[in-house]
Write a protein that binds this ligand. Structure first.
Ligand SMILES: C[S@@+](CC[C@H](N)C(=O)[O-])C[C@H]1O[C@@H](n2cnc3c(N)ncnc32)[C@H](O)[C@@H]1O
Length: 224
């Protein structure tokens, strides 16, 4: 395994798991922007059992598949019936297996060793957003929607930089939405005051290049 990659401490699974509020926000945006979505992939998925279940319940999905570099996480997902591949998000052969999906969520580790505390800046994240999008859009000719889950410190300048990197390679990819994802849950599932958790960039060949900026509507749910 590449020693620069961050993988979670397996005794603290909670950091490899997406909370319900975040998943609900993703579902609401999918329903609005891509109501006929039929396949979703989760790259750097961690424990993705929750989102898979909710997507299957709320969207008319034909397929869902995860990818993670950590074999223990992949095995645990598979044991719960989740289709999940073990591999590196920056391995083109691995990534090519995801090219046919309508929507690809890319949620790389945003803190050192996924500890949730030592946060990484936008350009420090590995696997990096620019390299991932280059492989997908330029090398593989992907023609769907990629949702980049970026650190909360991501600025408009970062978003513009990434957009420019992509547009140099493909002028049919637009930035539809910049979503400030606010939740009231910590990584441990504790309730807190509303806090910005992620800046989420919705890049797509199918949606308008609108650069819409929005904050999530609060959804009060108290389970992690
Ligand atoms: C924090 S977790 C999952 C977060 C989740 N995707 C989300 O959106 O909330 C990040 C995962 O990325 C995995 N990972 C790290 N480097 C990777 C790489 N190069 N390829 C695939 N997965 C990787 C880690 O093992 C970890 O499970």
């Amino acid at each position: 395994m590449n020693t620069h990659y961050h993988t979670p401490d397996l005794t603290r699974w909670v950091f490899a798991r997406t909370n319900y509020q975040t998943i609900d926000q993703r579902v609401a945006i999918l329903r609005e922007l891509l109501p006929s979505v039929s396949s979703i992939a989760d790259i750097c998925c961690g424990d993705c059992t929750r989102q898979r279940e909710i997507y299957l319940q709320t969207l008319n999905l034909e397929s869902y598949r995860g990818l993670d570099i950590c074999p223990e996480i992949v095995e645990a997902n598979q044991a719960k019936g989740v289709e999940c591949v073990c591999g590196d998000a920056l391995d083109i052969d691995v990534l090519s297996q995801f090219q046919g999906f309508d929507v690809i969520f890319f949620g790389p580790p945003l803190s050192v060793d996924c500890d949730g505390h030592t946060l990484l800046g936008f350009r420090q994240v590995v696997p990096g957003f620019d390299e991932f999008l280059r492989l997908l859009f330029a090398e593989l000719g992907y023609s769907g929607t990629v949702v980049c889950i970026c650190p909360k410190s991501t600025t408009m300048g970062d978003a513009q930089w990434l957009y420019e990197q992509v547009r140099e390679l493909r002028d049919d990819v637009g930035l539809r939405l910049i979503h400030y994802s606010i939740t009231t849950l910590t990584g441990d599932g504790e309730i807190t005051e509303p806090r910005l958790k992620y800046v989420v960039l919705w890049l797509s060949c199918r949606l308008t290049d609108l650069w819409e900026v929005r904050k999530s509507v609060m959804e009060e749910k108290n389970s992690a």
